[in-house]
Design a protein around this ligand. Sequence first.
Ligand SMILES: [Zn+2]
Length: 329
Amino acid sequence: MRENDIRPRELLNEYLRLSEQDATTLFTDGARDDVPCVACASTHTEHAFTKKGFGYSRCLECGTLYQTPRPRLEVFERFYVNSVSSDFWAKVFFPQVAESRRAAVFAPRAAELARMLKERGFLARTVVDVGAGHGVFLSELVARLAGATGIAVEPSSEMIESCRKLGFEVREALAEDVTDLDGRGDLVCSLEVMEHVHDPLRFISNLATFTAPGGWVFFTTLGADGFDITVLGEHANAVFPPHHLNFMSVKGFEILCGRAGLTDVEVLTPGQLDVDIVRNKTNEIPGLLDDQPFIRALLGNEQAATAFQQFLANNRMSSHSWVLARKPA
Ligand SMILES: [Zn+2]
């Protein structure tokens, strides 16, 4: 899999351009608050960089990278409703990559998650997907769990319609506004949402609330320990405000899950794209890695680059992160 397969350059650039427009039209006014580490709550942090007018800090206790000072929740709520970039994602970007993502991303993820649950001897009857989008992952997952049914939580009316057509029970809402799913899910999933949320502890606590005692929470997101984010820093496309706010470290994921009352936390980083992402960015910004001869040599050696990507995935050093954690019985 290559970055271009799931994020075609032209679509990505337009999405980034519209995101920048959102950042300047919807976030110019209003107070911003210094927030402690979103994973471990430490105030022992240092400013890392500012991108498009948004500051990012790194936690010196757990290594999490996160956006602060942070605009208030009401500003983000206005953004979720009026965002031209999110609209473009839902109506143009995602539909064009939906099928390539189903095959390259969602089906293999569903298969691997089903395998992990089986390995734990766990039978999930009800699966809740928070931020279900068009329901592609949920349909792939439910098909692999015998007898399971799906519940989709998704605030976008466009996307929830797809979930409804797939036959899922739906909640057209943000997770924090859903009040009738307490303990309903044997498995509660959330793919690529954590990096967006205003308050990660509140979000994971909501996932835990939707989970039945003894059930599992599973989420995927972007991690601060990943190769591409570590090497590219503020140049990483993944670090783009106002959409992506939180990049937890492996340690940060473990601490955050513990704070939400979850146990048996397993963090994996099965990413395949770090090296490709760094290579693409180096082509875009010549001279970016002039002071990194080792990395430049690595990127220029296809065999070594492939082996290195596998090394990153095996050692929890890719930025694409998976977290599986259990709610105590
Ligand atoms: Zn921290």
